[in-house]
Design a protein around this ligand. Structure first.
Ligand SMILES: [Zn+2]
Length: 329
């Protein structure tokens, strides 16, 4: 037998179910409308600045990884992206996602470093190729080709990094080899000249002054001031013209010495010395290490001299040799 209470309860439960059903339908309609107009997306921030929305974070990250960070390009060494996008889950109007714009922003903020291979002569890059293999092949071939002609020149592969790949101007292997052959022919001439200007390992690479040779080595002077053989060469130049070291060495004398007037002596090792006489001024001091081309004094006419000139000697174990075998040829 159903009691009144039971009947009431049943009606009440029925009403509840009806209400819940209505609520569920309402929610479905609301969500339906929401899903037509809105969808889940990610708000993106770069450097704390909102730059827009992407629909799919994972997909977007994949594209960045493939297109910006790890492009399919053998020349790329690495990519620095100095900003990192931050994502925030949100609902967004369908029209509002702007993946392309955000992608462009990220690409612009990234710096791509490329790798190329240089072929170098004595550490100086002369030409560039795209691969290590090509560079090594070129260097091996050139070393073989020049092994008898070049003894002091080093040909090497240099791995090079650049952010402006186009500026390197990489070339094909054959083109690189022919460029290098031109460079190495210059080097052949240089080595030959250097050898001819070297006395016992001392390379006279620089003329101490630029001027006219007014008296040669061994030339018998017709004046009373200098008698007998002339043991150096005289180079006429205006008073005050800088005199530079003819080779690397150490200053071992800087001062007055009889007929030489103001004299600088540089010792170059292996018993080789150079003398610079009749100077108006001396800039070098004893004990100073000098490089070829360093200013040591100024042209003058001190000591036994009748006009402004440099008296230049090269001595080997104390005996003068003809400087024109090595400089002022
Ligand atoms: Zn002289």
């Amino acid at each position: 037998m159903e009691t009144i209470l039971n009947i009431k309860l049943k009606n009440y439960t029925k009403k509840m179910f009806k209400l819940i059903r209505l609520l569920a339908i309402a929610l479905v309609i609301i969500f339906g409308i929401a899903l037509i107009k809105y969808r889940v997306a990610y708000k993106v921030k770069i450097n704390d600045q909102e730059v827009g929305y992407v629909a799919n974070k994972e997909e977007f990250e994949k594209i960045i990884d493939k297109e910006i960070l790890n492009p399919d390009d053998v020349r790329v060494a690495y990519v620095d992206m100095d900003v990192k996008p931050e994502y925030q889950f949100t609902l967004v109007d369908l029209e509002e996602t702007n993946e392309e714009e955000i992608f462009t922003k990220l690409k612009e903020s990234s710096v791509t470093t490329y790798r190329a291979y240089a072929i170098a002569v004595n550490g100086q890059n002369k030409t560039y190729v795209n691969t290590q293999e090509e560079a090594e092949k070129a260097v091996a071939d050139l070393k073989e080709e020049y092994k008898d002609k070049l003894t002091e020149t080093e040909i090497s592969v240099q791995e090079t990094f650049t952010q402006d790949f186009e500026s390197l101007g990489t070339v094909e292997l054959a083109s690189a080899v022919s460029t290098m052959e031109e460079e190495l022919e210059i080097q052949v001439v240089y080595e030959k000249e250097k050898k001819a200007a070297t006395l016992d390992g001392v390379y006279f690479s620089v003329k101490p002054v630029t001027g006219t040779i007014t008296s040669r080595f061994g030339y018998r002077q017709a004046t009373a001031i200098v008698s007998g053989n002339h043991k150096g060469i005289d180079i006429g130049a205006p008073n005050g013209t800088p005199i530079v070291a003819a080779a690397d060495g150490t200053v071992t004398y800087a001062g007055w010495m009889g007929g030489y007037g103001n004299l600088v002596i540089i010792s170059h090792g292996n018993g080789i010395q150079t003398y610079y006489g009749h100077c108006s001024k001396i800039y070098a001091s004893v004990g100073t290490t000098v490089k070829a081309g360093d200013k040591i004094a100024a042209v003058g006419t001190t000591g036994n001299s009748t006009g402004n000139h440099l008296h230049f000697e090269i001595r080997k174990n104390g005996t003068q040799v003809n400087p024109q075998v090595y400089v002022y040829k």
